[in-house]
Structure formats: C-alpha cells, structure tokens
Unconditional design. Structure first.
Length: 257
C-alpha cells in the first residue's frame, strides 16, 4: 500500500490510537464478571470442579464441603499466597472467622497454590480455616474465578446447603469481606460487624472536641463502644424473644387510638 493512501500514520489517527490505549480497561482483579454465578443462582454441586486437596492433606470436593457444613460455605479466592493483598484478605477472614462460624458457615480459602505453599501461608498467618489447593484450577474455573491464562482473580462466593448462591463478587480484600458481612447481617440483625466503624466514628468525634487521645484512650473508647453495642444487642434480642413468646401464646396487644 502506498504511504499516501495509508491514513493510519496521520497525527489524528496516531492520537486516537494513543487515547484508546490509555483509556481502555486495565488488566485488574475486577475483570469481566458476566459469567460469575449470581446471587440467587442454584449451583449443581455434584461433580463441580472435581476433587481438591486441603492444606491438611485431605482430598475433598465442593459438594462434600457443603454437606459437612452447618449452613453453607464461604470460599474466598486469592491469586497468590504470601503476597500483600492475599495476606490482607486472608487475615480479614481470619479476624471474622468466629462470627462467620457462629452463623453456621464454613470458611475456606481457594487458590492455585500448592499444599506446601498454602500450608506455610496458613501457619505463618495463624489462619483457623483450611485452604483449598486447586493447582489445576478445576474448581476455580468451574466457579468462574479464573484469570487467563492460568491465574485466579480475587473474589468470594457464599453457597448455602441447597447450592443457592447467597453472594458472589470479584473485588479487593475489603470488598470481599464486606460482601459476606451483608449476608450475615441479613441472617442475624445483631451480628456485630459495624463495631469497628462505630469505634472509628466515636474516636473522631471525641478528638474533634479537642481531646487528645493516646493509645490507652483509644482503647478505652473501643472498649466502651463494644460494651454498649453488646448491651443494646442483648436488650434487642430479649425484646424479640418476648414478642415471639407473646405471639406464640396468642396474646393480643391493644393499641390505643
């Protein structure tokens, strides 16, 4: 082709190419989620993803993990153990572990890392849950958390005992944990997820009044917020129980006009 007829090298077209390059979507963890299981979807668990190895050496399946759980499973996916983002994500789920298991969920991390790598990752960060070592990516692919050619995107999926998806998303460490918080709050209105936010808010309010808080002062604020939240939750639960008993006994409450 003659250079005279080749318009691809004109300044305007070159500028368009550069603009297209710098404005096109970047390759991040938040890649296309069009095929990700959606909330409310029912997953056929039998045979899904094949068998996987846990950090303890056991071989299992997603179906088995759901079957042995009380209320379902939480699987958080991470690209690579021992990296900053994956460590932060695992530790966030570690710190939320007791509240999650109290609601009946079993928690697992899921990655392509080997059992040796995941085993050291689990020990180093004192993770109370098992990690699924899906080195061939069969389960990761089946759940649509794969990142071509052989990677894994960061995300989370919550599946109940019937195979129903309660939550599913790709995002940052904080976002994956918050997605689970929403499910827990829906199941238990007294789930104390928001105490940390309340502590920060109260601390800022106290400091805005001109009070300089040292570490001991901040700890006192935190203890007070947690204590008050616990008392409020206890009262609310008691009122719920009384209302439930009254309803069960067939009592009629008169409302003054």
């Amino acid at each position: 082709m003659s250079r005279l007829n080749d318009t691809s090298s004109t300044p305007t077209n070159q500028y368009s190419k550069l603009k297209s390059f710098f404005t096109k979507p970047k390759c991040t963890d938040t890649i296309s989620t069009t095929s990700l299981p959606k909330r409310g979807d029912i997953i056929q668990l039998d045979g899904l993803g094949g068998s996987c190895e846990l950090t303890g050496g056991e071989t299992t399946t997603l179906q088995n993990l759901v079957d042995i759980s009380v209320g379902g499973v939480i699987l958080f996916t991470y690209p690579k153990a021992n990296t900053p983002g994956c460590t932060a994500q695992a530790c966030l789920f570690r710190d939320s572990y007791q509240n999650l298991t109290d609601l009946g969920f079993a928690v697992y991390g899921l990655s392509r890392d080997s059992s040796n790598v995941n085993g050291s990752f689990k020990a180093k960060n004192e993770l109370p849950f098992s990690l699924i070592c899906n080195t061939d990516g069969t389960l990761i692919n089946a759940l649509e958390f794969a990142k071509p050619p052989k990677g894994t995107v960061r995300g989370v999926i919550v599946i109940d005992k019937e195979g129903k998806v309660l939550a599913s998303m790709i995002g940052s460490p904080n976002e994956t944990v918050k997605a689970v918080y929403g499910i827990c709050e829906a199941q238990d209105p007294y789930c104390p997820w928001k105490e940390a936010d309340k502590i920060k808010e109260t601390t800022r309010t106290v400091e805005s009044m001109g009070v300089n808080l040292d570490d001991k002062g901040r700890q006192q604020v935190a203890d007070t917020v947690v204590d008050v939240a616990g008392q409020v939750n206890a009262v609310a639960q008691q009122l719920d129980r009384e209302a439930s008993n009254a309803s069960g006994a067939g009592k009629v409450v008169a409302v003054k006009q």
